[in-house]
Structures are given as structure tokens and as C-alpha cells.
Design a protein around this ligand. Structure first.
Ligand code: OKV
Ligand code: MN
Length: 241
């Protein structure tokens, strides 16, 4: 019995090795799991469920097969694929969860999220996020023809790459007070997220209570997975793709 957590695969046409590694991971490991949680940034970018990209079909089919083999898959949006909608969820048979969710993993309550909302020291990103998460702005964007959405998204990604080069590594990490606040708000001591691409298990004491924050790794040269079993064992591992 194992529950699996992954995030930050950043799948795109430009990284066929990661796609192949993910499909192999689903068939070799995830099929034996109790559940699979994908904590955001499954895709490098997402401009609408109507994007006729073959990659999306292949991933949806693979996830749908996983569901048919009895493994439920849950998805939390990342900062890149936040526009994944009901249509893709249906095609892939994934359950979309709220951006901060508390789940029960073998009797242990865990807060799961993508992790970008913990990075509150980057005012530029916060402004961008507030803008593109506006539902009216999103409706307008999604109503644009596909070629225009592609053009806008490409431009925003190039701009973002440029501005990330000038951001300090502290600014790109989680804010410790935001972590404590999230745990407090949800009345939990365990939290799992991705986004920062700094895989680690952080043990902390908050007040007098032992608390744990697991950061999932991104999929670059290796895959990254967190395995939790009914014992207290948690295994944050990386594996070749
Ligand atoms: C996702 C990020 C690009 C970060 C645009 C309204 C707007 C949605 C969008 C376009 C971009 C998602 C949907 C993408 C995340 C980037 C660059 C930086 C830091 C609008 C609603 F602007 F036109 F009004 N977008 N895409 N970034 O390419 O997937 O998260 S994206
Ligand atoms: Mn992210």
C-alpha cells in the first residue's frame, strides 16, 4: 500500500524523455498505488482544454487508464497549468482539488498545495498571479482564438524567463511565515508541496509541536516522487527517466 505524490513535471513537446518517463512511471509504479496526487505544473504551459495538442491526449489517455485500473488520481493546479479545466479532468478521469486541500493519508492529515502561494517575497509574481487568476480575465483569455492565446503565452513565458534571472534564490523560495500560517489556517502539522524545485523533508518545531514539510522535486534529468505507506515511512526519491 502506497500513496504517491508528484509535481513539476513541466511536460511539453520539447521534453519527450520526461513524457516517456512519466508514462513508464504510471505503468510501472502508479498502477500499484492506492492513489496518485499531482500537485501542479504537470504541464509547462496550458492555454485552454481546447488546445489540440497530441501530448495532452496521450497524457489524458494514460491517466484515464490508470483510473480504469482502480487508481484514483487527484490534481491541484500549478502556477503554469492553472487553466486546466473540467474538460481535461474528464478526459483524464482526474479529480480537480482546491488549491489548498487537506487530505487523510492512512490516518494522517496532510495539507497539499502547489507551493507558489507560499512564495510571497516576489511582488512581481504576486501581481502577475492576481491578474491572471481573475475569473473575468480568464474568461476573456479563453475566448480568444487559439493562435492569439499561443502568441500571448509565448510572450509571457519569454518575459518571465528574463525576469527570473534577476530574482534572488531567497525570493524564489517559500516564506517561512507563510508556511506557518498555512499550517495554522488548516490546523495541520504535515504539508506537501512542490514548485520550488528544492526537494527536501523539512522537520520544524512550531510552538512546541513537531511539524513536517515535504518539498517534491521537479522532473528534469530524473523523476521525483514521494511515497507514503501506512506505516510512518515517507520516502522522497528520485529515479532515472
Ligand atoms: C503560465 C506563467 C506563462 C508564471 C494570460 C489571462 C492574459 C491566462 C493567461 C497565458 C500564459 C497561462 C495562461 C504561463 C505561467 C507564464 C509566464 C510566467 C511565473 C492572460 C489568463 F494575460 F492574457 F490576460 N495565460 N499561460 N508564469 O503560458 O501557461 O507562472 S502559460
Ligand atoms: Mn510551479
Amino acid at each position: 500500500m502506497t500513496t504517491l505524490f508528484i509535481a513539476d513535471l513541466h511536460l511539453s513537446d520539447h521534453e519527450p524523455t520526461i513524457t516517456a518517463g512519466f508514462l513508464a512511471f504510471l505503468q510501472r509504479e502508479a498502477v500499484h498505488a492506492d492513489a496518485l496526487y499531482i500537485l501542479g505544473d504537470l504541464f509547462e504551459f496550458w492555454i485552454g482544454d481546447d488546445d489540440p495538442n497530441e501530448l495532452h491526449d496521450n497524457i489524458a489517455n494514460a491517466l484515464s487508464q490508470l483510473h480504469d485500473k482502480g487508481v484514483p488520481c487527484y490534481f491541484i493546479h500549478g502556477n503554469r497549468d492553472f487553466l486546466i479545466g473540467k474538460n481535461f479532468a474528464k478526459r483524464s478521469k482526474m479529480v480537480l482539488l482546491p488549491e489548498e486541500s487537506v487530505i487523510d493519508v492512512y490516518g494522517q492529515k496532510m495539507l497539499i498545495m502547489h507551493g507558489d502561494t507560499l512564495c510571497i517575497d516576489d511582488p512581481g509574481y504576486l501581481r502577475f498571479r492576481r491578474y491572471i487568476h481573475n475569473t473575468i480575465i480568464q474568461k476573456i483569455f479563453l475566448s480568444l482564438p487559439l493562435f492569439l492565446r499561443q502568441k500571448i503565452a509565448g510572450k509571457l513565458r519569454r518575459q518571465s524567463k528574463r525576469s527570473n534571472r534577476t530574482k534572488s534564490s531567497l525570493m524564489m523560495d517559500v516564506n517561512p511565515l507563510a508556511v506557518i500560517k498555512a499550517l495554522k489556517d488548516h490546523q495541520v502539522i504535515h504539508m506537501i508541496h512542490g514548485h520550488t524545485h528544492r526537494p527536501a523533508i523539512h522537520d520544524m518545531t512550531i510552538g512546541r509541536r513537531l511539524s513536517q514539510r515535504v518539498v517534491l522535486g521537479a522532473w528534469h534529468d530524473n523523476g521525483s516522487v514521494l511515497r507514503i505507506d501506512p506505516g510512518d515511512k515517507i520516502d522522497l526519491a528520485s529515479f532515472p527517466l
